[in-house]
Each structure stands twice: as C-alpha cells, then as structure tokens.
Design a protein around this ligand. Structure first.
Ligand code: FAD
Length: 455
C-alpha cells in the first residue's frame, strides 16, 4: 500500500482518452446522481457524505472492457468505486475521493442455470435471476427486499441477507456463495476465480477487494409461496408467534416479520388488513405447510386477516416489499425524521431482551423484528424505527442496546469496521494488498486501510 488517492490528483482528460470506446458519462448532474445511494436514511451520514461525487461514470459491457478500465485506473492512479444499482444503505458506493464510478449494470447476462446453482454476471438484477431459475423449479436462496432493483454483485459485496434467511441464514454463511470471478486493479489486471471458503475474501467487502464480474450462486427449491398477514393484540404475543413459527422446522417459510404498532400506519396499501392498534406478522409460507398455520395462529390468539395464494404472486402488493429495510422506506415516506437501527438479539426463545427493549424505549424505538437462522438457531433480528432527535441520543440508544447484549450493526457509519463486521477479516486484508496494491478501490471506507496508507 503506497499511494493515498487524493482528490483530483489524476488527469481526467487522459483517463477519458484512454477509455474511448467504452460507454462513459461525464455530465456532472448524472455523475452526481450515480454517486448516490440510500445513506440518506441516516441523518448522521447525510451531512457527512454531502457533495461526495465521482468525476466520471464508466459503464463496461464485458470483461474486456472491465480489464481496460482497471488497467487505466491503476496506471493513472484513479480511485474506483464499483456500483450496482446504488441501493446500499451506508454510503457503500458513494466515492469519498472522486474518480471513476464503475457502473456494472450493463453486464447482466445470466450465464447458466442448473438444478441448485446459477452463474451470472454481476450487474444482473436479483429478480431476473430468480425468474430464470424458477423456469427449472429453483430460486435464489435469499434476496434483499430491494430484489427488483438491486444487482447480484451489489448484494454480495454490500448486503447481508433478507427474504429467505429464515431458511438459509445470512449471505456470509458458508455455502451461500459458491464461486466468483474478480478483476484486480493493477497496470496488468489479473482475472482470479475464487471457490469454496476463498470466496469470503471478497464476500461483503464493499467493493474494496477487486471488481467482481461473475458470481456462482447456490439455489433453493422454488416453493409456491403464500403471503399471509396475522394480527395480534399484544406485541410480545406476535413476537413469540414469530419465534414459534421460526422454530417449526417442518414448516417451510421464507419470511417472518413482526411489527409493533404504530409501524403498520406507514403501510398505506395494507391498512384494511391491520386493525388499528394491532401488531401484525407478515409471512411467506410454502403452500404445502400452510395447513399447519391456523393451528399455530390460534395457539397464540392471532387472526389471519390476509392471505394471497402463490399463483397470484405476481399480482398486486408484495408483502416482502414492506419488510427488512423497506419498512424504513415506507415510514420515511410519511415522516422523514424517522431513521433506523440494525440489531441481532441473542439466541433466546423467551425473547426477554426484545421485551425489555420494547418497553424500555416505547414509541421512540419502534420494534420491527425479522426472524432468521444463525448457526442453526432461529433468532430475532431487528430493524427498529427510531424517532430521531440528536446524534448524541442515537448513540446513547445504540450503547444501551450493546450494554444489554444486543449486537448493533450500526447503519450510521460509512466505515466498514464501525458497522456490522467490527473488524475486517485478515484474509480479506491480505487479498486486498494483492488485488489493489495502490489502495484505489472505494478508498476511505476502512479504518485499518487508512492507517496502512498513512504509514
Ligand atoms: C429500501 C431498502 C431495503 C433494503 N433491504 C435490504 C435487505 O433486505 N437485505 C440486505 O442485505 N440489504 C438491503 N438493503 C441494502 C441494499 O439494497 C442491498 O444490499 C442490495 O443488494 C445492494 O445491491 P446494489 O446493486 O444496489 O448495490 P450497490 O448499492 O450499488 O453496491 C453495494 C456495495 O457493493 C459494491 N459492489 C457492487 N457491485 C460490485 C461488483 N461487481 N464488484 C465489487 N463490488 C461491488 C459497491 O461498491 C458497494 O460497496 C436495502 C436497501 C434499501 C434502500
């Protein structure tokens, strides 16, 4: 690691000349637009990232063009921020030091799909892969709630899990990514294929460990998924129902989300199915398992208020698009002062800490649970909605959760180590030194790399 990329220290004309023949966008307004993501959900990040824009957007159409961009940027020492659909939440693809925004969305080929596995170019949208896989009875194991717009590359490099995680765990779990192809940022870029556990060198690396051009994703059997809303009079009963359904291993499900009142008031399209003051669970359950649902609902005193059969999956409202971080999106479309947290509660079927936090913070931190599988156990994660007042108070809320044993993946920082991961895996750092020797990839997003650069 030798050179710290600095703003405008490169020759933009030379860059544009070298990249002739590859689609590029230099119009400042468009470049500014393509330098953004959804960090605007955070009132802390918004001022910090204001005005951070790239100099040029480059849109490669194939591997040869990526190689040419990589070689040119390495020679001219131009920072490179790789971009999928730009739906990331923490300024993951906002360039801190200008340079090239490498928009991967023209590389959207689905290379092949076989039973249980698909190989794709990284700029393809998750929904397109799912659709193709379903033609042979398979589907992506998990997708974020942004599946209609987000790319597979962006999900692997920036996401964590989502709809399907109740069955398959999180993206970082062994086996949820089979292989990938990555291009290095060197004067003579290399193409490296990683398989097996080696994929972790690039998984969730926020685009600092090479340009991923292809991904091999494991698939799950495509069940006919029914969508169901169940409402409860008490929040904790709804939460316990969610845990019980999660623990029912014989029942196949793709989504268990639980919302404390008054969150449902932000779900305009679903108002008629959620009586005021009740606490709903949103579910996606495989139709063959559906027969067992009414019994469990009855056991917890709930009421099924909405049920959409799988054959109508494409029609109308998709429950998934109210869950995970879409809940925050809906809330903010009504009240922009609302922000959120990302938490993992310790494995505990009694949900004691969930109950404590629910009562402790009341309406200031509105509870939104997502159940998913961690190391074989079903646990409660949460993307609580926070009525934001000050950064100091937000940090106090975060600290209180951590002191009580709740893991917070802080969405109010653009520094990798201060978010979910806490430390960058030493294997990822070793790989970084090899694939990005000049520290040009998404610079400024890691504490440890900044330290190395300044040494
Ligand atoms: C409303 C909303 C809901 C969301 N719900 C979820 C959710 O359920 N689960 C979840 O995990 N996330 C969620 N997210 C975050 C985000 O949508 C997902 O992580 C999504 O998969 C990112 O894909 P993208 O194509 O938009 O990536 P981008 O935002 O474009 O990029 C994300 C990161 O990946 C890097 N990157 C992109 N492509 C490549 C590549 N080819 N090679 C190397 N690096 C690359 C970028 O540099 C950046 O650091 C949500 C966000 C919003 C706004």
């Amino acid at each position: 690691m030798t050179t710290k990329p600095s703003v405008k220290s490169f020759d933009l004309d030379a860059l544009m000349n070298s990249l002739q023949g590859i689609e590029a966008i230099a119009d400042p307004q468009q470049v500014a637009k393509l330098s953004q993501d959804y960090h605007t959900f955070s009132p802390v990040l918004t001022p910090k990232l204001a005005g951070k824009v790239g100099d040029l957007v480059v849109r490669p159409a194939n591997e040869q063009e990526v190689l040419k961009v990589a070689a040119t940027c390495a020679k001219l020492r131009v920072p490179v921020t790789v971009r999928g659909a730009g739906t990331g939440n923490y300024g993951q693809c906002v360039p801190l030091h200008g340079g090239v925004i490498l928009d991967m969305t023209k590389m959207h080929e689905i290379l092949w799909v076989k039973p249980g596995v698909a190989r794709v170019e990284t700029g393809v949208r998750l929904a397109a892969v799912d659709k193709k896989a379903r033609e042979i009875g398979w589907e992506l194991r998990m997708v974020p709630s942004t599946y209609r717009t987000a790319t597979v590359g962006g999900f692997i490099a920036g996401g964590s899990g989502g709809i399907g995680s109740i069955q398959y765990g999180l993206l970082g779990d062994r086996g949820n990514l089979l292989g990938l192809k990555v291009i290095t940022l060197e004067a003579e870029p290399r193409i490296i294929e990683l398989r097996g556990d080696d994929v972790q060198k690039v998984n969730h690396a926020w685009g600092i460990n090479g340009i991923i051009t292809e991904l091999e994703m494991p698939l799950g059997p495509a069940y006919p998924w029914a969508e169901v809303i169940v409402t409860f009079d008490e929040f904790m009963t709804a939460a316990r129902f969610g845990q019980a359904l999660g623990d029912a291993d014989g029942m196949i499900k793709k989504l268990i989300s639980v919302f404390a009142s008054p969150i449902p008031q932000y779900f305009h399209a679903l108002q008629q199915y959620i009586p005021e003051g009740t606490h709903p669970a949103f579910l996606m359950v495989a139709e063959p398992s559906l027969e067992f649902l009414p019994g469990l609902v009855q056991q917890y005193g709930g009421r099924i208020t909405y049920q959409k059969p799988a054959q109508e999956a494409e029609k109308g409202t998709h429950l998934a698009e109210f869950t995970w971080n879409h809940t925050t999106l809906h809330a903010r479309s009504v009240d922009t002062s609302i922000t959120y947290l990302q938490s993992i509660f310790p494995s505990d079927r009694s949900l004691q800490l969930v109950e404590h936090m629910y009562h402790h913070f009341g309406d200031e931190v509105m509870m939104h649970l997502e159940f998913f599988r961690v190391k074989g156990a079903v646990i409660a994660g949460a993307l609580q909605l926070v009525r934001y007042t000050t950064e100091e108070r937000l940090n106090e809320i975060i600290r209180y959760h951590e002191q009580q044993g709740v893991m917070i993946a802080n969405p109010h920082t653009y520094i990798i180590e201060d978010g979910g991961r806490k430390v960058i895996d030493p294997e990822q750092l070793k790989f970084k030194e090899m694939v990005d020797p000049y520290g040009l990839m998404n610079p400024g997003k890691s504490k440890v790399l900044e330290l190395k650069i300044h040494k």
